[in-house]
Design a protein around this ligand. Structure first.
Ligand code: FAD
Length: 380
């Protein structure tokens, strides 16, 4: 029973989507709203920071933004693990109790399905902070032989990230004077590095060619034989490696699957309003099937649309702004240069992308992308 007169909004997951949504609600309603934000972790880490950790540019502690620094009027952030979601009743069970709400937003992101790729659990991956930390310790021991950057399934988070990994690995090996003794190959299930932007894909493929990085598009790593150091692709081709750098297959967290909100593995939503099939229940970010990429910038755009809808509903005025499916991604090309692609998923009959050539100057834009969110969400 709602004993408070304030509208209750329950947001599951304090990642890109949850942090942006709760910040917007707090900015609009202040203490006039009762928002509960739940996350099982003790802090937020930008996805791109995992590459910094892996290549030893920063430590995991340096890139972690502790939730203890998150303080917004009207919002309570609770460190709890969501164990069950009842979307019909907007009722959520955690390891600490039960929460009910007038509006429920599922922003629990995507999990990794290690079991989907036999052998992956015994190999290296760079999509978790723990995996990036392990690779930071393994990379200095790699001085000769074959490195394989292998993606085990699509969709996966941040389409350009594995390309960035291959290019940054090249730089790392050059800097250590061992590049000549090493081979780099890159297996990607997509037909090109950034399908909505042929220009960006061309720039990345040229960068691979210039750096002698073997690029195998349209293939995924189906299994790994760690004893023989062989990756088997989905067409049966076997690739030897001495160092494997993997991207696991993605899926929604088990608790979301058990809630019955998914179809074909992802949460069904109206792509423009992010409403699910359940009244008063929305889903944003990597777990929601909007047709846009699994990236923070898109999670944030979807969160803005949900915030707009809630603000209109709760203030009984205005018209909600729909999700525009637009996002800007920054891409590490190596040598400190950053490329930028602006992708628009909904305006035309098919997605389009505008590429901005990689330059040293664009690094400031990428840094601003991170620092502006850090300041806005965590005041630091
Ligand atoms: C290597 C790499 C590079 C990337 N680079 C970029 C980039 O440059 N730009 C970009 O925009 N995106 C990038 N991304 C993608 C980006 O990190 C994600 O797409 C984004 O974080 C998704 O936001 P989200 O809100 O959907 O989920 P998340 O940010 O993943 O947040 C989900 C939250 O839910 C919590 N959670 C999950 N299950 C439970 C549970 N049962 N109980 C309680 N809490 C739970 C998690 O702890 C997490 O905090 C990158 C990702 C990677 C891995």
């Amino acid at each position: 029973m709602n004993t408070s007169s304030k509208p209750r909004v329950l947001v599951l997951g304090a990642g890109f989507g949850g942090l942006e949504l709760t910040s917007l609600l707090s900015e609009t309603f202040g203490a006039g709203i009762d928002v509960t934000l739940i996350d099982k972790s003790d802090g937020f880490v930008f996805g791109f920071s995992k590459l910094d950790v892996m290549f030893g540019h920063k430590t995991a502690d340096q890139v972690r933004l502790p939730y203890s620094n998150y303080a917004k009027p009207g919002v309570r952030l609770l460190r709890q693990t969501v164990t069950a979601i009842d979307p019909e009743r907007r009722r959520v069970t955690t390891d600490a109790g039960v929460h009910e709400a007038d509006f429920l937003v599922v922003a629990l992101g995507a999990d990794y399905d290690f079991d989907a790729t036999p052998g992956l659990a015994g190999a290296n991956e760079f999509y978790t902070v723990a995996g990036a930390e392990r690779l930071r310790d393994v990379l200095p021991t790699f001085t000769r032989g074959r490195a394989l950057v292998g993606v085990c399934g699509a969709p996966y988070k941040c389409p350009p990230a594995p390309s960035e990994c291959a290019l940054m690995l090249h730089d790392y090996l050059v800097k250590r004077g061992v590049r000549e003794a090493c081979e780099i190959n890159f297996v990607l299930p997509l037909p090109s590095p950034v399908p909505p932007s042929p220009e960006t894909s061309r720039a990345l493929v040229s960068a691979f060619v210039e750096r002698n990085i073997g690029f195998i598009p349209g293939r995924r790593v189906a299994s790994i034989d760690n004893a023989r150091k062989v990756a088997i692709l989905d067409d049966g081709v076997k690739m030897q490696f001495d160092l494997f750098l993997g991207v696991p297959k993605h899926r929604v967290p088990d608790v979301v699957i058990a809630s019955g909100m998914t179809e074909n593995g992802w949460i069904t939503v109206n792509p423009r309003t992010l409403e699910t099939n359940y009244a008063g229940v929305y889903a944003v970010g990597d777990g929601a099937n909007t047709g846009t990429p699994k990236a923070g910038v898109f999670a944030e755009g979807a969160a803005r649309a949900v915030a707009s809808d809630l603000i209109v509903k709760l203030s009984n005025s205005g018209t909600a702004k729909q999700y525009d499916g637009f996002g800007t991604c920054y891409i590490e090309f190596g040598g400190g240069r950053i490329g930028k692609v602006e992708v628009d998923f909904f305006s035309g009959p098919k997605p389009t992308g505008t590429y901005h050539e990689a330059s040293l100057a664009l690094r400031a834009d990428k840094e601003h992308f991170g620092s502006s969110r850090r300041a806005r969400w965590f005041g630091m």
